[in-house]
Design a binder for this molecule. Structure first.
Ligand SMILES: *[C@@H]1O[C@H](CO)[C@@H](O)[C@H](O)[C@H]1NC(C)=O
Ligand SMILES: *[C@@H]1O[C@H](CO)[C@@H](O)[C@H](O)[C@H]1NC(C)=O
Ligand SMILES: *[C@@H]1O[C@H](CO)[C@@H](O)[C@H](O)[C@H]1NC(C)=O
Ligand SMILES: *[C@@H]1O[C@H](CO)[C@@H](O)[C@H](O)[C@H]1NC(C)=O
Ligand SMILES: *[C@@H]1O[C@H](CO)[C@@H](O)[C@H](O)[C@H]1NC(C)=O
Length: 420
């Protein structure tokens, strides 16, 4: 299967660091937060010739009658293009989106074939339906490209700064991989380099190499924690670690293990994290065991913890579905408040168009729900903050044999759950 070649050796680190770090964007939803005070303007899709047709039905509130009081919902649609690669040699994966105030969404993605030292940030102001080039981050070291990006918007004050958008990347050149942090004070127009968090060897995915990659940020308890995949420890082919700080400019903590297998050859990576309503954090990742990088040996696991800065001793749990499907490859998790007292954890893997849901805070079996979004490597799922009945799915290429636009789909999660 192409996916075999695709998942680890290629997408992760080989040659060009095809990896994605996982994200999300994905930064965790904060179920404690009040719904943001979004201006609730209805999207006015500007439909160009290449724009997709929204698949939503008109909202019942959207008739000829005078508009009822807001809030209004976000329309559903399938496969809105965020970005189209220049040509089919680019295999864009791992899109990561983040909502900013004023109903703005930013998007970034991994373009391993990029030849530029500048990462583009795209923006939508109509709930993801249309997208425009908006901002940039540029490497401070000539010849490095910024891969595996993850965005995080900070509400309120952190590290003495307000209205801050953070970007972490793996800055890659022929000789090194570098987990870097960038910050924007202008809603994502310019991201400036602020800190080199970790430095590793060249992007090679074999036991004994020393690359780092796939960063993912979480802000918890006034600390920023950056999780990443780390091959530098001679006892582990690849483990997941984190480093934390209360101040983005300095005082970063040492490297702490998050997932490290007993077996030297095991490779853990592609981390994504969701905050649950019981204040636990779900850390999802893939584990390639026994040095067997066959396409069906990148199973998805998770850990649950109350303290995302201290995860190492939590046990690794398997995801068991009602149908027996084993989730494989580069997972992404989000939490949605719909679906009962516990809300719903939604998980995407890299092998099908389905999402997997759990309504018992991670305990018990997971159910599969098919979606209108295509399968994609390291696909992102996010609960939509300004309409929590909806789920946003962002995907790119399926594998390194197929090129694809970066595509956004909004599904009605509440309806999908009701039909289950
Ligand atoms: C909010 O977004 C709207 C539409 O994109 C824009 O016209 C307006 O200037 C923005 N307001 C602020 C305070 O940024
Ligand atoms: C960023 O967006 C917020 C909310 O729309 C706005 O108040 C602020 O002025 C913007 N900042 C800049 C530098 O554009
Ligand atoms: C690799 O793992 C897959 C899935 O678990 C299994 O079917 C296959 O036999 C394994 N291959 C080897 C060489 O162990
Ligand atoms: C919520 O999750 C808890 C813990 O797993 C479980 O015992 C309970 O049955 C769940 N509640 C609902 C309504 O599913
Ligand atoms: C969206 O695009 C994917 C390919 O990426 C395709 O499989 C899927 O059918 C499309 N969905 C719709 C509703 O057109």
């Amino acid at each position: 299967m192409q996916f075999l070649v695709f998942v680890l050796p290629l997408f992760l680190f080989l040659g060009f660091v095809k990896a994605q770090w996982d994200d999300d964007p994905g930064w965790p939803e904060d179920p404690d937060d009040d719904p943001p005070n979004w201006p609730t303007q209805r999207p006015t899709p500007t439909r160009g010739p290449s724009r997709p047709t929204p698949t939503s039905e008109p909202d019942p509130g959207q008739t000829d009658e005078p508009e009822p009081p807001l809030p209004t919902g976000v329309d559903t649609f399938a496969n809105a293009t965020v970005y189209q690669p220049d040509d089919s040699t680019h295999h864009l994966t791992s899109p990561r989106t983040e909502n900013l105030p004023n109903n703005t969404i930013l998007a970034v993605w991994n373009d391993p074939e990029s030849t530029s030292d500048t990462l583009s940030i795209y923006r939508s102001t109509n709930n993801g339906f249309s997208w425009y080039a908006h901002g940039t981050a540029k490497s401070t070291v000539a010849g490095r490209k910024l891969l595996e990006p993850h965005l995080l918007h900070v509400d309120g004050i952190w590290s003495g700064e307000t209205n801050l958008a953070l970007l972490t990347v793996n800055a890659v050149d022929e000789k090194s991989t570098n987990i870097e942090l960038y910050a924007s004070w202008d809603n994502g127009t310019i991201f400036e380099f602020v800190h080199l968090i970790a430095e590793g060897g060249p992007a090679i995915a074999t036991t004994g190499s020393t690359a780092v990659g796939e960063p993912f940020m979480v802000l918890h308890d006034n600390r920023l924690t950056v999780y990443y995949s780390d091959q530098r420890d001679g006892q582990h082919a690849q483990k997941i670690v984190h480093q934390s700080t209360a101040d983005m400019w300095e005082n970063w903590g040492t490297t702490i293990d998050v997932v490290a297998s007993d077996a030297l050859v095991d490779r853990n990576g592609m981390t994504s994290i969701a905050k649950l309503p019981n204040n636990q954090y779900m850390i999802v990742f893939e584990s390639t065991e026994n040095g067997n990088s066959s396409s069906d040996n990148h199973p998805v696991y998770f850990k649950l913890t109350n303290t995302p800065e201290n995860v190492g001793t939590e046990h690794k749990r398997q995801i068991t579905t009602t149908t027996g499907t084993r989730l494989q490859g580069a997972p992404y998790a989000t939490w949605s408040p719909v679906g009962g007292a516990n809300g719903t954890i939604v998980l995407s893997d890299s092998t099908s168009n389905s999402i997997y849901i759990n309504q018992a805070l991670g305990e018990g079996l997971w159910k599969e729900i098919q979606t209108t979004a295509g399968r994609a490597y390291a696909r992102e799922v996010r609960s939509v903050p300004n309409d929590k009945s909806k789920l946003r799915i962002a995907g790119g290429s399926e594998n390194d044999a197929r090129s694809s636009d970066i595509l956004i789909t909004i599904i009605d999660l509440e309806k999908a759950l009701a039909a289950k």
